[in-house]
Every structure is written in structure tokens, then in C-alpha cells.
Design a protein around this ligand. Structure first.
Ligand code: SD4
Length: 342
């Protein structure tokens, strides 16, 4: 399918999730957590309704986490008009790796507690092919290195010095470690107190994760991040782990996560959501069930954030998060900008 240049694909829609506690009991079902356990009184989980599913034909769709999903989607959509979902998510992630004012992605991001920027990325196609890199330093575009792991090696995940060596072998420059001025200033201020407290929804963890469905009906997922600011040296989160930060499987759908990676690693969050869709859940229900499981397995949900996005092969999407404040960008042909779903 060819999309006319003046279609609504030119617009990128930023959706802000709004908290509505009613309906959570229905999501959880009997035998699972109650609404209070989800934090509805102190820190409401978010309930939103998905757009009507049956009206959506197969068409290019792209879904990205957080506000930087806007420029990422724009780059991805340009490619989706003619090209593939895998090219689209790689291009979208590269935009944020190049420029991330939040300092949460790419070489300009906040460092770990030792003052080193260590990066994680993953990319996956709906046929099960996947490539990931973790704990890499000096690589400007970890998402492209992850794609090379998928395409040029028999492996799925390369880490640290081995991943950097592979980058050099592929002709990718590995830069000497250097902090951006802003990151260095903040890190030095952090050193004065050395308090390690991952905070919710704010700029110290805002990974870009993307899901795209192209006009040929192929789906791909990707994620790239510097992980948590001032993390322990060597710490790796969910983002580069298939099934945790991202997962996509034809003919079911895909899911992507953002937030406190440890909570998602413990539950393989993205895989949970895709398996929920396999069992018949809509993408929205799948996100809600996966988040409910994450909350069930990780106490004190008021202390962390996880945002989850999912999509099926009909282009239906879902979104849900532990806390208020999760934003994501969604674009397809049918949704005029800007739209809010409650
Ligand atoms: C991590 N999940 O390393 C990542 C961080 C993140 O929004 O998603 N921030 O735990």
C-alpha cells in the first residue's frame, strides 16, 4: 500500500495517559491484585480505552515511548511510506541517539556512578530475528550495532568490550569516553551526595522504545537507552533483553517497555503482553495485564514507573503504565493530531 504524501501520516500524535482508577478491578480479575494494591489511592495506575479496533485497516503505524517519540516517529514514518518496519524503528531510534535533550539516550546521556556512559539497545523482527548490545561505550548508534549483531552474527546479544570490538570490525568508530558538559556538571553535583534513588517519570530514565507496522504487514520493535542515571558500573536493564524491554512475534503482535528495568526483567514484561494477546487479549488489555503482573511481582508500585505499549497486526494499539505521567507518540493514517484517550 502506498500512502499519499499529504496523508495524516505527516502528523505525529502525542497521547498523554490520564489516570482513571475505575475499571482496574475488571482488568485484574479475581485472584489478582485489588485496586488498592495497584496504588489507586496514593498513586493511581492508569486506565485508558483503546481506539475502536474493528475500524482500523492494516496500515503503517508507529508507536514510541515518551516525548522524544515525536521526532522519532517523524523519521520512522518517512521510511514507513515506502520501506520496512525494521528500517523505520532503526531510523527513529537514531534520531534520539543523536539528540536527546533529556540526556537518557546516546553518548550525551547521564553516566553511571563512575562517570561512564554505558549504552544498551535491542532490535527485533516479527519472524524472531533479533540483535542486542549491552554495556557498550563510545558507540554513537547502539541501535545500528544491535542490528548488525542480528544481521552479521549468529548471536543475539553482545556486551561490553566484545560488542565494541565487533563495532570496530564493522567499521563503526568507537569514541574515547567523554561526558557532555551538561552530563559532567550534573554527575559532579550528584557525586556530592551520591544518593541512588531512581525517580519516577522524570528525565533520569526516558528510554526510547519503538514499535512499527509497515504497509506490507511486517512488524519490528527497537529500544535504545543509557539505562538509569548513576547506575552501578556494569548494570544492564530490560531494554536490550528480548522478551523484557521489547518483543514481537508474528502473527500476534509486539510490545515495548520503558521504566525501571529491574521490574521488567523480573517479569519479562514485553513477552507477557504478547503472550496475553496470543491468548486473546486486545493490545490494551495485554498492556494492563502485563502491568498488573509487574505490580504483583514488584512491591511498592508508588516507588517506580513502568510504561508499556503494544500493537497487534491489525494496527490496534494499547498503552498502560504503573504511574501517571507516561507519554507516548502514536501515528497512523486515521488519528488526527492531537488526540487524547481517557
Ligand atoms: C532501564 N528500562 O535501563 C531502562 C530505562 C528506561 O525510561 O526505560 N527509562 O532500566
Amino acid at each position: 500500500m502506498k500512502i499519499p504524501a499529504n496523508s495524516r501520516l505527516d502528523e505525529t500524535v502525542m497521547l498523554h495517559r490520564r489516570p482513571v482508577c475505575k475499571g482496574i478491578a475488571g482488568v485484574l480479575g479475581s485472584g489478582m491484585l485489588g485496586a488498592a494494591a495497584l496504588g489507586c489511592e496514593s498513586a493511581p495506575a492508569m486506565q485508558t480505552s483503546a481506539p475502536p479496533a474493528s475500524t482500523l485497516p492494516r496500515q503503517p503505524v508507529v508507536l514510541s515511548t515518551w516525548d522524544h517519540g515525536l521526532p522519532a516517529n517523524r523519521a520512522a514514518l518517512t521510511i514507513l511510506r515506502e520501506g520496512s518496519a525494521i528500517d523505520a524503528v532503526e531510523a527513529g531510534c537514531r534520531v534520539v541517539e543523536r539528540e536527546c535533550p533529556d540526556m537518557t539516550v546516546g553518548l550525551g546521556a547521564r553516566p553511571d556512578r563512575e562517570g561512564r556512559v554505558t549504552l544498551d539497545a535491542a532490535i527485533m523482527l516479527d519472524d524472531g530475528r533479533a540483535g542486542c548490545v549491552a554495556f557498550v561505550q563510545g558507540v554513537a548508534h547502539p541501535i545500528s550495532l544491535a542490528r548488525l549483531v542480528m544481521e552479521r552474527t549468529p548471536h543475539v546479544l553482545l556486551v561490553g568490550a566484545g560488542a565494541e570490538q565487533f563495532a570496530r570490525e564493522m567499521g563503526i568508530e568507537v569514541l574515547a569516553p567523554r561526558l557532555s558538559e551538561a552530563a559532567e556538571r550534573e554527575w559532579k553535583a550528584w557525586l556530592a551526595e551520591k544518593r541512588y534513588e531512581p525517580r519516577i517519570n522524570i528525565e533520569n530514565h526516558d528510554t526510547i522504545s519503538m514499535l512499527a507496522l509497515d504497509a506490507q504487514g511486517r512488524m519490528a520493535a527497537a529500544s535504545t537507552t543509557s539505562g538509569l542515571a548513576y547506575k552501578m558500573h556494569g548494570r544492564v536493564g530490560d531494554s536490550p533483553i528480548i522478551g523484557a524491554g521489547i518483543f514481537v512475534d508474528a502473527p500476534i503482535g509486539g510490545a515495548i517497555c520503558t521504566g525501571l528495568g529491574e521490574t521488567v526483567l523480573r517479569t519479562l514484561g514485553a513477552h507477557l503482553a504478547v503472550e496475553a494477546m496470543r491468548a486473546g487479549a486486545t493490545p490494551q488489555e495485554a498492556c494492563e495485564r502485563a502491568i498488573a503482573r509487574i505490580i504483583e511481582k514488584n512491591p511498592k508500585p508508588e516507588t517506580y514507573q513502568v510504561g508499556m505499549l503494544a500493537m497487534d497486526f491489525a494496527g490496534r494499539t494499547g498503552a498502560y503504565a504503573v504511574q501517571r505521567g507516561f507519554t507516548y507518540a502514536l501515528q497512523d493514517e486515521l488519528r488526527p493530531a492531537p488526540s487524547m484517550f481517557t
